[in-house]
Design a protein around this ligand. Structure first.
Ligand code: ACO
Length: 329
């Protein structure tokens, strides 16, 4: 009796997009100073490693940023949008309450019929979305998935709060994930702990035609910092154990691009040299669900990540949520 061959998923193309309006720390500091808010390039660089961020124009939405990122990923994979049978978009800044940003992206791609939905896990969103797409491909529910992280965090920033507004930016990243007889994604780990909702949240909601509660981002930076380094280490170790690999097997670590000090802390705990980390936070700040696919695309297109390299992706964010994916690129 012939057995069914195992089915895996594999990334076949990556893409990303940053809106053209780039704001350096100096430019942001000058803008905040007009409202009497003091900050400096030196403070932001020393505490976060961020040097600039990109902000989308007022009428540009998450699906608008997702479209060029998705097109670049499809082009890199040699696929047309019509060949995609699953679209998952990770975002916390959707275009509308509903329908999903994935459905809006599907329409902008000029296709119809395939499954499309959003995943909401804040900065862990891309790792969550990739894990869901991998599971759907392994079970035969999908064959060619477009997985996107896209955000316009500038919409939910409080520009009177210097402790948060200097940290975030807008952007999008995407991958095409396809069925393969070779892995591909080796293992993933997803976690959440809703007891920590308050340390990072945007608590407002829409009700009766009005916004109820505060619609701007709130963060307890030190609480987030402490939790992030711990869970990123435990998720990394767990995903390596699941895949039967060790720290020495990691060619590239792509942590969520939030803060260089969180990334340095994670690398130290895993005893990884900093040159194995992909770092793009300096150029775009924290783009939440977009940050990992953005960094992945930059590293692939610059020739650093090559076919066969073992790559770990790690997300952490509001919820509190966290997770890791280990893959052979
Ligand atoms: N410019 C100048 N001074 C500032 C600024 C600023 N933008 N922001 C805060 N300060 C001041 C504070 O007022 C404080 O002044 P004081 O000592 O006179 O009271 C001083 O700097 C130190 O403030 P802290 O909050 O203690 O600074 P800390 O060293 O903790 O750094 C930071 C703050 C960068 C936010 C840090 O806590 C951090 O990185 N946390 C993790 C945040 C993060 O990465 N979140 C995202 C991850 S999850 C996700 O992506 C959704």
């Amino acid at each position: 009796m012939s057995s069914i061959p195992p089915r895996y998923s594999r990334i076949t193309g990556t893409g990303s997009f940053l809106p053209p309006d780039r704001l350096s720390n100096e430019a942001l500091a000058a803008r905040l100073a007009r409202d009497g808010i003091e900050t400096s390039d030196q403070w932001i660089v020393e505490r976060t490693g961020i040097r600039a961020r990109h902000f989308a124009a007022a009428d540009v939405t998450s699906s608008d940023l997702a479209l060029p990122a998705a097109r670049h990923a499809l082009e890199a994979a040699g696929r047309s949008a019509a060949e995609v049978d699953l679209i998952i978009v990770a975002t916390s800044t959707p275009d509308m309450v509903f329908p999903s940003t994935a459905c809006l992206l599907q329409r902008k791609l000029g296709v119809a019929g395939c499954a499309a939905f959003d995943v909401q896990a804040v900065c862990s969103g891309f790792v969550y979305a990739l894990t869901v797409a991998d599971a759907m491909i392994r079970t035969g529910a999908a064959t060619c998935a477009l997985v996107v992280g896209t955000e316009v965090f500038s919409r939910i920033l409080d520009f009177k709060d210097r402790t948060t507004c200097v940290l975030f930016g807008d952007g999008a990243g995407a991958v095409v994930l396809e069925a393969s007889d070779q892995p591909g994604l080796l293992a993933s780990e997803l976690h959440a702990d809703g007891r920590h909702v308050e340390i990072l949240c945007t608590p407002g909601t829409v009700s009766g035609g009005q916004v109820l509660g505060d619609p701007l981002l709130k963060m307890d930076g030190q609480a987030v910092f402490k939790l992030a380094v711990g869970v990123l280490e435990s998720a990394a170790r767990a995903v390596l154990a699941k895949a039967g690999r060790s720290e020495a097997d990691i060619d590239w670590l792509i942590p969520h691009q939030a803060n260089i000090r969180i990334m340095q802390g994670t690398a130290k705990k895993l005893k990884l040299p900093m040159d194995k980390l992909v770092v793009t936070v300096d150029e775009h700040g924290n783009t939440s669900a977009a940050s990992i696919p953005l960094a992945l695309d930059v590293a692939v297109r610059s020739g650093r990540i090559r076919r066969g390299d073992t790559v770990m992706l790690e997300g952490v964010g509001g919820g509190f949520t966290w997770g890791a994916v280990l893959l052979d690129y």
